[in-house]
Design a protein. Structure first.
Length: 356
């Protein structure tokens, strides 16, 4: 009886402690489960791979080789996370010029290649985007002057949009049933209406490399490499506003707007047309159409994407083989992350989707 009494007193004494520990443990589990996974995908053109940076797990860096089962190697130029977050699409240019251009499809749950779409030869595919429903994929083919549409479920080519000879389409973005395509050789932007197939060409007066669409649906921007400008195209009245970049700019490539549609980040690359390599990102105030800040990053700044919450910018540095992380609040680089060789395109993934 004495032992039972002492045992009962002991249990009574420790019950509050056990209760606190159990509740505390539950709270900790709740906290960890509420933290959404976020990742950045980087297309390493020279390395023939895709780097996956886990932003919640000490920046763990995984490399996905995009070579096929026969050992054929491909240059990964651009990468795009589907808006539903269920797939990641990579434009794959064969390192052997006689090979077939592909779209490589990655499963973000396993970080493995789950499918390949054979697009054809002599295309030089460049950029890839998806519609908001993640049903259709669109990829530019520079040499054939086309935009190719692929069904995201069947992985079949369902339509081709033919641009005029000599357009050399490169970057593109999707918004509200239309594609906005940057044409390097035509020095223009093609607007493709996906409902009726109509193509409208907007002269821009410079080598257009990439486009960006603000999430409020008001503006489309295009980077003009040779003139060292960014063009703002007003979707409400078709007005074009030219934004000159500061002295010292060497030629903009990719550009991306913050989710609140207030700021535009422009990667200034240089190197092409025998220009010096640049290490700058220019920040444009969208309402004023003016450059307000210059941020030094790594060498040959190329790709740019912004986090879902609009607090962080990620920029690929193609010569340094790194990604610069910029804090939007301070406009300063807060981290530099090593990736594969020759990083180009970059895309942002979160548990329920991807940045467009």
């Amino acid at each position: 009886m004495k032992h039972l009494f002492l045992k009962s007193k002991f249990l009574v004494a420790i019950m509050p402690v056990l209760t606190i520990l159990i509740i505390s443990g539950c709270n900790n589990n709740k906290k960890s489960s509420s933290m959404q996974a976020v990742k950045v995908y980087v297309a390493n053109e020279e390395g023939g791979s895709v780097s996956v940076i886990d932003l919640q797990d000490s920046l763990k860096n995984t490399s996905i080789n995009i070579s096929d089962s026969s050992g054929n190697m491909f240059m990964a130029h651009n990468v795009q996370v589907a808006p539903d977050g269920k797939s990641v699409w990579v434009t794959a240019v064969p390192m052997d010029s006689t090979g077939t251009n592909q779209l490589v499809v990655i499963d973000p749950n396993t970080e493995t290649v789950k499918n390949r779409v054979q697009l054809g030869k002599d295309l030089h595919v460049a950029h890839v985007v998806l519609d908001h429903e993640s049903r259709n994929v669109f990829v530019t083919a520079k040499e054939s002057n086309q935009v190719i549409q692929v069904d995201a479920t069947s992985y079949k080519i369902i339509r081709k949009f033919d641009l005029e000879t000599g357009h050399s389409p490169h970057g593109l973005r999707y918004a509200k049933g239309k594609l906005y395509v940057a044409n390097m050789d035509a020095k223009s932007m093609s607007i493709i209406n996906l409902t009726n197939g109509k193509i409208t060409d907007i002269p821009l007066g410079g080598v257009a490399v990439q486009t960006a669409v603000t999430q409020d649906g008001r503006f489309v921007f295009a980077s003009l490499y040779d003139t060292k400008e960014v063009v703002r195209y007003d979707l409400q009245n078709s007005e074009i506003r030219r934004i000159p970049l500061p002295v010292g700019a060497q030629g903009p490539i990719q550009l991306y707007a913050t989710p609140d549609s207030k700021l535009l980040y422009v990667a200034d690359q240089g190197e092409l047309m025998e220009r010096p390599v640049s290490n700058k990102v220019f920040v444009i105030a969208i309402p004023d159409a003016k450059v307000i800040t210059t941020i030094k990053v790594g060498n040959k700044a190329h790709g740019v994407v912004i986090s879902k919450n609009g607090k962080t910018v990620y920029v690929t540095n193609s010569i340094d083989n790194t990604v610069s992380v910029i804090d939007v609040a301070t406009q300063k680089v807060i981290r530099t992350i090593p990736v594969g060789k020759g990083p180009n395109g970059i895309s942002y993934w979160f548990e329920t989707g991807g940045m467009p």
